[in-house]
Ligand binder design. Structure first.
Ligand SMILES: Nc1ncnc2c1ncn2[C@@H]1O[C@H](COP(=O)(O)OP(=O)(O)OP(=O)(O)O)[C@@H](O)[C@H]1O
Ligand SMILES: [Mg+2]
Length: 234
């Protein structure tokens, strides 16, 4: 569904992603593991066209997207929960969801999409007029996912959604990611929580210092010495 072929990106003189190739299978959960500073967020930003690759190609459903603008890429059916969630703190739940809307939607369509998010997250419906800043971390995570789902993406990118959440909430978030995937959305989950991630992912990639250092099925990754040594010691 999404394919990167030899993608390199630079921040000024520094090469951050070095000839990254990977492909995400449609209808599956893929994960991207890697330590702080490996370039995971840069990879997400590159897929979204926020950072432009200096070489390589990115294809979504067989079509090149690396020359498109971010809003065009999103409109093709790619949703994102950005690193740090980035909900709009002074806006209410409803207003935040509206920010996930595209300009051309009719009000009735917008309402239908919002109600679908509310049925998935009843907690958000209860708090629809509450300001995002006053919501708990777990609720803000739900809101960020709900906002991304407003566009009914075919592919959902999640950049460390579990960061800072208590274990029980991480559990809920991952269960939710599985439910979203079962409803037909391909999921790309960026995480440092390798153990939990490999429980729900079908396949994945390991990124180190801007390079793909391993890939395979979740079972293969869990068994690989490099993942075991660096991420599964606990
Ligand atoms: N806009 C930027 N300009 C210059 N360097 C940047 C920029 N954004 C990120 N970097 C650098 O690129 C490297 C990779 O950053 P990135 O955010 O992609 O890592 P990450 O794998 O997402 O890490 P983390 O797990 O901490 O979120 C880091 O060394 C970072 O300092
Ligand atoms: Mg990051």
């Amino acid at each position: 569904m999404l394919e990167l072929r030899g993608v390199s990106t630079r921040y000024g003189p520094i090469t951050m992603l070095r000839s990254v190739s990977l492909s995400l299978a449609e209808g599956r959960i893929a994960c991207l593991l890697g330590p702080n500073g490996a370039g995971k967020t840069t990879l997400i930003r590159t897929i979204l066209g926020i950072v432009k690759p200096v070489e390589g190609e990115i294809l979504f459903e067989g079509r090149r997207i690396d020359r498109l603008r971010t809003h065009e890429i999103v409109a093709l059916g790619i949703g994102v929960v950005p690193e740090g969630r980035r909900v709009f703190p002074r806006m209410t739940v409803e207003e935040n969801l509206r920010m996930g809307a595209f300009v051309e939607w009719a009000p009735a369509d917008l309402a239908a999409r919002r109600d679908r998010v509310f049925s998935l997250f009843p907690r958000l419906a209860e708090r629809r007029r509450q300001k995002a800043a006053t919501m708990s971390g777990g609720e803000q995570a739900m809101l960020a996912v709900g906002r991304a789902l407003m566009g009914r993406p075919k592919l959902l990118l999640l950049d460390e959604p579990s960061l800072g959440l208590a274990p029980v909430l991480v559990e809920q978030l991952f269960t939710m990611a599985q439910a979203i995937n079962r409803s037909g959305t391909t999921v790309f989950l960026v995480e440092q929580n390798a153990r939990k991630t490999l429980e729900i992912a079908h396949h994945g990639f390991l990124l180190q210092k801007g390079e793909i250092a391993g890939s395979g099925s979740a079972a293969e990754l869990a068994a690989s010495p490099i993942v075991r040594h660096a991420y599964l010691r606990a």
